[in-house]
Design a protein around this ligand. Structure first.
Ligand code: KIV
Ligand code: ZN
Length: 522
């Protein structure tokens, strides 16, 4: 009998905690739609108590999605309440609550005497917090998941005691995270097997795992846990997440599928949607996929050496353990151009996983035409970048109205910018060490601010001399980071747009909380 492994996708929660990644509500909703096509079992949509943006994203995704939608909460009543308020109208809500259980976390994060003076006292407090949190969540939702943060480094008998108590309190899923990516595959597998033996009521809950990739072992640890009884795998697209990331969804799913000869586990993932999902996540988060990334990297199905190419021509299985089609890598490249119509664009976007219609389609079409005018051929990756850029736009209170650059081998780089802020415009010029520096200085003068740029990068999103350039600007202000992206065939314009978007995010944060403002301890 084959056994199903549930796929719990945390791209929109842990994934979004990746340094440099930040998604707005529309982008999260669009990714959730694509995750639904991918057919994941659970979508963790965010951490509602951490910011109004997170709250809104969870609310919208919960109301729209036919999948189970989970919201994260610390083991405190306020967080759980906020998760429930966001999920109240969700079709399939899940409250996910967590607290740390390892000695090192307990002593570090719960060091204050109010949690107890000794480790043993603090452990009792944590156990009570876990049970109370699950009991409270259970009064609101039927589907409650509990995570023992840093379970990977938690004493086995204390972990078993906590897990048994939260199942008694009503948890329907118990998650065993390797929060710091410290464990070794056979060790982590034994941990799961051991829990299954020690916890007397374990059959009343699904055992889940959530592995981080600090030692590059997240996928191996997850597979080892599955072999030892875990039936839910928490993972993210492209493996994004805190620090070195989470276990990569596409790697777990394809390893289970391709090596089905070794075991009896399966997932319900529509693997042909992996590629589109991966590209969408990359273009919205700005987190570039390394070319040699398994399954979804540009080189995953490329064969460079003559010997390999020859083998492939004779029989693809000589060097490929799965087909590119099985993960949705396109086999033909459809190119759009300035003569492509709106419906042609809409159909192509739909094939790439984007749902655009009405006014939004009109806006994207106008943007597409201006790119097609400059670039002639518009590739799928150009469209993805444009979609990412378009969905970012509503967040921009500061708009680039005009930009003029003077630069050359024999002249001092000079930039003039005009910035629109609602009805007002601000115009300034500046020289600089290069055209980008001149442009940034002109923006700073126009807005009357000092330099806040912490890092800046620019990359081409597609091949060819007319490729779209994507600039990323990271600002640091009062200990918080704000990342903006801009896209254009002109990289100075892309840079100016990126800077203004980061400044817009900073301005927004001045008015509301955003995800960086809360010390949520994870
Ligand atoms: O890594 C971790 O422990 C987490 C939990 C909140 C599930 O992300
Ligand atoms: Zn995590």
């Amino acid at each position: 009998m084959k056994e199903k492994v549930l796929i719990f996708d945390t791209t929109l929660r842990d994934g979004e905690q990746s340094p440099g990644a930040s998604l707005n509500v529309q982008e999260k909703v669009e990714i959730a739609r694509q995750l639904e096509k991918l057919n994941v079992d659970i979508i963790e949509a965010g951490f509602p108590a951490s910011s109004p943006l997170q709250f809104d994203a969870v609310r919208q995704i919960g109301e729209e999605s036919g999948k189970i939608v989970a919201a994260l909460s610390r083991a405190v009543e306020g967080d759980i309440k906020s998760s429930w308020e966001a999920l109240r109208n969700a079709r399939h809500p899940r409250i996910h609550t967590f607290v740390s259980t390892s000695d090192i976390h307990i002593m570090g994060k719960f060091g204050h005497d109010r949690y107890g003076k000794t480790l043993a006292e603090k452990q009792r407090t944590i156990l009570a917090m876990a049970v109370n949190a699950v009991r409270y969540a259970k009064t609101l939702a039927g589907d409650v998941e509990f995570s023992a943060e840093d379970a990977g480094r938690t004493d086995p008998s204390y972990l078993a005691e906590v897990i048994e108590a939260v199942i008694d309190a009503g948890a329907t899923t118990v998650n065993i995270p390797d929060t710091t990516g410290y464990t070794w595959p056979s060790e982590f597998g034994r941990k799961i097997a051991d829990l299954k033996k020690r916890v007397t009521n374990i059959d009343r809950a699904v055992v889940s795992v959530h592995c981080h990739n600090d030692l590059g072992l997240a996928v191996a640890n997850t597979l080892s846990a599955i072999e030892n009884g875990a039936r839910q795998a928490e993972c993210s697209m492209n493996g994004i997440g805190e620090r070195a990331g989470n276990a990569s969804l596409e790697e777990i799913v394809m390893a289970l599928k391709v090596r089905g000869d070794l075991h009896d586990y399966y997932t319900d993932i529509t693997t042909e949607e992996l590629y589109n999902t991966s590209r969408m996540v990359s273009s919205f988060t700005g987190l570039v996929i390394q070319p040699n990334k398994a399954i979804v990297g540009d080189n995953a199905f490329a064969h460079e050496s003559g010997i390999h190419q020859d083998g492939m021509l004779k029989n693809r299985q000589t060097y490929e353990v799965m087909t590119p089609q099985s993960v949705g890598v396109p086999q033909t490249h459809i190119v759009l151009g300035r003569h492509s119509g709106k419906h042609g664009l809409q159909a192509r976007l739909q094939a790439l996983g984007y749902t655009v219609a009405g006014e939004e389609l009109e806006k994207v079409y106008q943007r597409f035409l201006s790119v097609a005018d400059k670039k002639k051929e518009v590739y799928d990756d150009d469209l993805r970048v444009l979609m990412g850029d378009e969905l970012n736009r509503p967040l921009e209170p500061l708009e680039l109205d005009y930009l003029h650059i003077n630069s050359g081998t024999a002249s001092i780089p000079t930039a003039t910018v005009r910035i629109r802020v609602k009805e007002d415009t601000y115009e300034e010029s500046s020289t600089g060490d290069g055209p980008v520096d001149a442009c940034f200085k002109a923006i700073e003068r126009a807005l009357g601010i000092g330099s806040l740029v912490n890092s800046y990068s620019v990359r081409s999103t597609t091949a060819g001399r007319q490729a779209l350039g994507e600039a990323t600007v990271r600002l640091k202000d009062s200990g918080r980071f704000y990342t903006g992206r801009g896209v254009s065939t002109d990289i100075i314009e892309a840079s100016a747009r990126a800077y203004l978007q980061a400044l817009s995010l900073r301005q927004e944060a001045g008015l509301k909380n955003n995800k960086n403002t809360i010390d949520n301890g994870i």
